[in-house]
Design a binder for this molecule. Sequence first.
Ligand code: ADP
Ligand code: ZN
Ligand code: MG
Length: 486
Amino acid sequence: MSADGYEPVIGLEIHVQLATRTKMFCGCALGFGEPINTRTCPVCLGHPGALPTLNAEAVRLAIATGLALGSSIAESSIFHRKNYFYPDLPKAYQISQYDEPIASGGQFAVLAEDGITSVGITRAHLEEDAAKLVHLGAGGRRADADESVVDFNRGGTPLLEIVTEPDLRSAAAAAEFLRQLQLTLRHLGVSDCNMEEGSMRADANVSVRPTGSTELGTKTELKNMNSFRFIEQGITRELERQIGLLEAGERIAQETVHFDPDTGAIHVLRSKEEAHDYRYFPEPDLVAIVTEPAAVEEVRSSLPELPSARRARWQEELGITFEDATVLSESVGLAAYFEEVASRADPKLAANWIRNELRSALRDTTKQEPHESAVTPERMAELIGLVADKSLGAKPAREVVLPELIETGDPVSDIVERRDLGQITDEGELYALVDRLFDENPDQLAQLQGGKDKVAGYFVGQAMKATGGKADAARVGEIVRERAGL
Ligand code: ADP
Ligand code: ZN
Ligand code: MG
């Protein structure tokens, strides 16, 4: 089997739990891990006659997300009922948005190993989450459970579903899209996007087509994967499965599939339902969401700077590379740390020292991120400054000072003094040293003056030895040539 000759096509559907205080259509508080059925009321339990009331904060967060994704915000959008039966859905319908979502269109650019991909955003719509089945007894699996209960605490949680165009071309790019989206949504305060707790869940629609073809192949839908790694592995396995079928002369059926991370296997679950199976119809108990342009502008002006905008600003104003900017904006804490150091030291050096030296030293020791470590931005800037003005050599800075800084958090000047690492900046001392070395090595001096330029390196080496590495080698080289009359 070979992947050559096939192009992967991937589109994502992402559910994020909105960071509101209460549920989508009732006043029940949101939470995670509370005792079963302690956060319920007649509305979210689907009692007859109980009426939904829309959560205004959820609408605000949806607008903020739409703006961050470059979507247009509908001036009027409505809810629909999506009808189906399941024990975790007491009303036997989910209130969702259908053909009039709150946000449509937009673009979101991601950098992956295969370059920058601009991913089209189809839409983002509001809906409520279902409740949760809890299987009690052996291992929490349905097959060996003694009994199953419905926990309605999660029922009615506000969700935003974001749907992308089928613009992604690799499993790695899909995972990277989700990482960047997570970063952006966290930054906006829209969601904590915690995958393990299910506040961010992704379905991947996957197909392949002959390279060069512009038609879409039949897709399958990989459901509900709860880590970036599993998403990447699952898509990779599903692409292999589809290519295997096509190579064997078989056809792809439009199905829902599941990836088992334990075995790496893909299981086919069911043939997918069509939209008309759900008998969508407009929700009669809610009025339309009307968003005045002025209200949208108000949300826009309240948005923090987005990671993509910050990256561009760093490149332009601080002169650091796209790669450095991408790594250093991986988390809000790290980004703030870098900005703090860069305001006190040379930004390019700061990017380099934080991204490479500091992070790798921390990885080997305390396993912290820079902003969580004992190395405050002030100390880091101090260290970078000493290296930049040559009061401290880069080697001792990296090998002696940095590890001790991570351990103690002491002022860098204290460590340098304690370890007697300060570079010799006294010019007179350097001249005296060179003169002494010339006196002690008249033969080498004669060679140097006779035109053997590389003997200068011999004197620099002697000077470094004599000072325990505390002389600035480049400066010593200059003095050697000057004193030799060259
Ligand atoms: P459905 O009607 O099955 O829900 P949609 O057209 O609404 O399909 O698309 C749902 C998701 O599937 C979107 O993210 C879209 O980008 C993606 N998608 C659609 N067609 C394909 C395809 N052939 N291959 C991969 N992804 C696709
Ligand atoms: Zn409730
Ligand atoms: Mg659809």
